[in-house]
Design a protein around this ligand. Structure first.
Ligand code: BG6
Length: 505
């Protein structure tokens, strides 16, 4: 690399948070994720001085591609998608550290050998040495060949005296059921010990998701009432306005349960329901999250039929790549129970769908009603139960609903105490990928899914998928695009004398 392409870090160094020297390899470098998420996040890190001068990115792809054109395309992606304003000098710094390596295929040993040669050369030129971070942004069927080849290359490098660390970031799906997840994890474990494996779940990178822990364990007031004595039920909703768009091919093999619930939503549920960890260290936090998943009450097919509901939006079957008789769910509602000391008997409702009325992700804790003694409907209005809404996106923040007396009358009305991230802290929170890439670079796996978490999650979902497949539960109910899902989903919760929380409340 020439002097002209490598300038010294364009911004002030950010002390100890700066990541160590490393060459980052992105498999699937010409894909959408690289352009829209990964490079903008890396640019944001660079702009904050969080990447060292001894850093480089090597994109690996099957398409022949001119390195200049590759850089230019990523630069345009940064202009469009980065959080921080585009700065020519900062971009030049990063641009000089981007390379492209074409290879015949992800499973091609020769391509991997050449890649390693290139990584050695690039590592030397920027002074990053042998430290390697690999990002697998590729279709799941390509995971195995890439992992195997990386493992083989590593053996050779070790023999030749390479000393640096190697880490691998894996994008979901981590399998499509328990068996395939176990198989994938076993393969990864053959070559990479668990502390080198970073299974990315971008929900954990969201500030508001991380704030669940701070809100719970940084305040004394919740703990006494955060249990089955006081809580009536919990709702977790992730609704999306977008439909499956161009991803119908993938979605047909996935569906809502595999796409969002087994990973993102179970992670959020674990944070909401877990016990206080011994420390905020990666394994202490993940041990507690795992216990929540392990405590989910198993269901037989009849219970699955009763406690799960599927929907499909009208028009899904007409999308390109979708089978005309597809039973794939674009909406799912579940009623689960964390059957442990703290939560036994308390329903946890999860709801997710595409092509719904609004884009909103939130957690709702709804407490029990006060005893019906002091206030009544004739003299006052009916009292609403206390409720905490943790808004993950958009308008990140939280709101606590309480009752207050209307001045000059006996009427009681519900009021809100609320906190809004943007209003309080003024700036946009870092993007999930920004946080997660930085964590992987510094070797902190707290916000990544551990192998046992992922497999336990599949263990919960597998019987549901099987019961659905074997026809034990109703087929997906149709719903109108832009609605809140099938009307049967309202009946699903209404029969428990509860109702879905409306995000505007
Ligand atoms: C992805 C799913 O993991 O998360 C997508 O595959 C979904 O289907 C996306 O749209 C939602 O992410 P976010 O951050 O927009 O809520």
């Amino acid at each position: 690399m020439s002097e002209s392409t490598v300038s010294s870090s364009a911004s002030a160094h950010n002390g100890s948070r700066q990541s160590p020297p490393c060459v980052l390899t992105i498999f699937g470098a010409t894909g959408d994720l690289t352009r829209r998420k990964l490079l903008p996040a890396l640019y944001d890190l660079a702009a904050q001085g969080l990447l060292p001068d001894e850093f480089a990115i090597v994109g690996f792809g099957r398409r022949p591609q001119d390195e200049g054109a590759f850089r230019q395309n990523l630069g345009e992606g940064i202009k469009e998608f980065a959080r921080l304003p585009f700065d020519e000098e900062k971009w030049k710094w990063l641009e000089g550290r981007i390379f492209y390596q074409q290879g015949e295929g992800y499973g091609d040993a020769e391509a991997h050998r050449k890649l390693e040669e290139r990584l050695v050369e690039v590592g030397k030129s920027v002074g990053a040495g042998d430290n390697r971070l690999y990002y697998l942004s590729i279709p799941p069927e390509e995971f195995a060949p890439v992992i195997e080849n990386l493992g083989e290359v590593r053996k050779v490098a070790r023999k030749a005296g390479a000393k640096g660390w190697r880490r691998v970031i894996v994008e979901k799906p981590f399998g499509t059921d328990l068996k395939s997840a176990q198989k994938l994890n076993a393969l990864i474990a053959r070559y990479f010990p668990e502390d080198e494996v970073f299974r990315i779940d971008h929900y954990l990178g969201k500030e508001t998701v991380q704030n669940i822990l701070t809100l719970r364990f940084g305040n004394i007031l919740w703990e006494p009432i955060w249990n089955n004595h006081f809580v009536d039920h919990i709702q977790i909703v992730v609704s999306e306005k977008v439909d499956v768009g161009k991803r119908a091919g993938y979605y047909e093999t996935s569906g809502a349960l595999r796409d969002m619930v087994v990973n993102h939503m179970f992670q959020v549920m674990s944070l909401v329901c877990m016990e206080p960890p011994t420390s905020l260290g990666a394994d202490d936090v993940r041990d507690e999250k795992l216990k929540v998943l392990r405590a989910i009450k198993p269901m037989n097919p009849e219970q699955i039929a009763e406690n799960t509901l599927r929907g499909q939006y009208e028009g899904y079957k007409q999308a390109e790549g979708v089978a005309p008789d597809s039973h794939v769910e674009t909406y799912v509602a579940l009623k689960l129970e964390v059957d442990n000391w703290r939560w036994s008997g308390i329903p946890i409702y999860l709801r997710h769908g595409k092509n719904l009325e609004e884009r909103v992700s939130e957690v709702v804790i709804r407490w029990k009603d006060v005893p019906n003694v002091l206030y009544n409907e004739e003299q006052n209005a009916p009292l609403k139960s206390n409720m905490l809404v943790m808004r993950i996106q958009p308008n990140d923040g939280f709101a606590l609903r309480m009752n207050a007396k209307v001045p000059g009358s006996n009427e009681i009305r519900d009021v809100r105490m609320s906190f809004d991230y943007a209003e309080t802290f003024g700036s946009e929170p870092p993007e999930a990928y920004e946080r997660l890439l930085h964590d992987a670079l510094i070797g902190d796996s707290t916000l990544f899914t551990r192998r046992d978490e992922s497999e336990t999650a599949w263990g919960i979902v597998d019987p549901i998928l099987n019961a659905w497949k074997d026809g034990h539960a109703a087929a997906p109910f149709e719903y109108k695009p832009g609605s809140w899902g099938p009307k049967e989903a309202d009946d699903f919760i209404n029969r428990d004398k509860r109702r879905w929380h409306k995000p505007v409340e």
